[in-house]
Ligand binder design. Structure first.
Ligand code: ACO
Length: 324
């Protein structure tokens, strides 16, 4: 049987780092009141990175991709599939994947974006895995890249303190041994309104509101339950149980959602990779960023079993279970 396996990881963060204190001071200039205590207590976030105006998702994704290729010992021209998960593309079209492909010098291979907001990376990884299993590709670059700072309403303190910019990437190669063990993806479009950027481009203008809107409590209530179900489904498909998990790498939205998910899976927080404190919520980039961080600091080791879990706008959610 043909499987897919991660052979390299990489990530990228824009240099401009704002601690909660920095953000509190910036927001105060607009007359918006918040505090380090409120942000840390409700979210676990202490800092985030924001890209400069000329930097797009393709630029952050490019740096992450180069780091992943180097880790895998693979040249750009050896890549035969590029999938970018993003909700903050460089342009309406063409895809950020095409723009990144050209900057990388991997021209010719299929390249497309996946739009599943904060679940984007687990969606993209599942698609790449399926294409490798089917023989349609052999060496894929899967990227999550976001500049959420562009779509934040800095007059809305309930959302603007939560997000950051960044990118993460993996090289996924065909293998005789797994690799990716199972995946479980879902969406329920009846929840479109609880987390969205409702605006659109029409007739040369932006119609509707181009900034992020979220019903935080509704998102919170849905997130923990669906993450538990997706985790159990992915484990069941692979014939494994919770005790087989070495590391849980959930979407880094909020430490309380992550703690709730770990509790439901009977995992101690020692087995959960946490980067939300330093990165904030980077949407589709958060899981590959956290994975790369954990690989490079020696937490996640070859041969270990890792559960990736995403949840976000759509509402979308899913899990990918894999061996490193
Ligand atoms: N600073 C200070 N006070 C604030 C802030 C802020 N930044 N934001 C809201 N408040 C106030 C509110 O005005 C409210 O005041 P009031 O009681 O006087 O009306 C009070 O804090 C409590 O507000 P709630 O909305 O009830 O706060 P809650 O405890 O629900 O926390 C939060 C809000 C953090 C957004 C929470 O609902 C949450 O974590 N939701 C999950 C959403 C999430 O993480 N989304 C990420 C994107 S989705 C995804 O990635 C899955």
């Amino acid at each position: 049987r043909r499987y897919s396996r991660i052979t390299g990881t990489g990530s990228s963060l824009p240099p401009r780092r704002l601690t909660n204190a920095d953000l509190v001071a910036e927001l105060a200039q607009r007359g918006i009141e918040t505090s380090d205590e409120w942000i840390v207590e409700r979210t676990g976030i202490r800092a985030r990175h924001f890209a400069d105006p000329e930097v797009g998702s393709s630029d952050l994704g490019l740096e992450a991709a180069r780091n992943a290729l180097e880790a895998a010992g693979v040249q750009p021209q050896d890549i035969d599939l590029i999938i970018v998960a993003t909700s903050t593309p460089d342009m309406v079209f063409p895809s950020t994947a095409c723009i990144l492909q050209n900057k990388l010098g991997a021209n010719g291979c299929p390249a497309f974006d996946v739009q599943a907001v904060c679940s984007g990376f687990v969606y993209a990884l599942s698609v790449a895995d399926a294409m490798i299993q089917s023989g349609a590709a052999s060496r894929a670059l899967v990227v999550g890249a976001e500049v959420f700072s562009r779509i934040l309403d800095f007059n809305d303190r309930t959302t603007c303190v939560l997000f950051g910019d960044g990118a993460g990437a993996v090289v996924l190669e065909a293998s005789d041994t797994p690799g990716i063990l199972s995946s479980d993806l879902h969406a329920d479009g009846k929840h479109v309104g609880i987390l969205c950027v409702p605006g659109n481009v029409s007739g040369g203008q932006v119609l509707g509101d181009p900034l992020l809107k979220m019903d935080g409590q509704a998102v919170f209530k849905l997130a923990v339950g669906v993450l538990e179900k997706a985790a159990h489904a992915a484990l069941a498909k692979a014939g494994l149980t919770e005790s087989d998990i070495d590391w849980l790498i959930p979407h880094q939205a909020n430490i309380r959602i992550m703690q709730g998910t770990a509790r439901k899976l009977k995992l101690s927080m020692d087995k959960v990779v946490v980067t939300v404190d330093q990165h904030g919520n980077t949407s589709a980039a958060s899981i590959p960023l956290a994975l790369d961080h954990a690989v490079r600091n020696g937490q996640v080791k070859p041969g270990q079993t890792v559960l990736l879990e995403g949840v976000g706008g759509g509402f979308t959610w899913g899990a990918v279970l894999l061996k490193m």
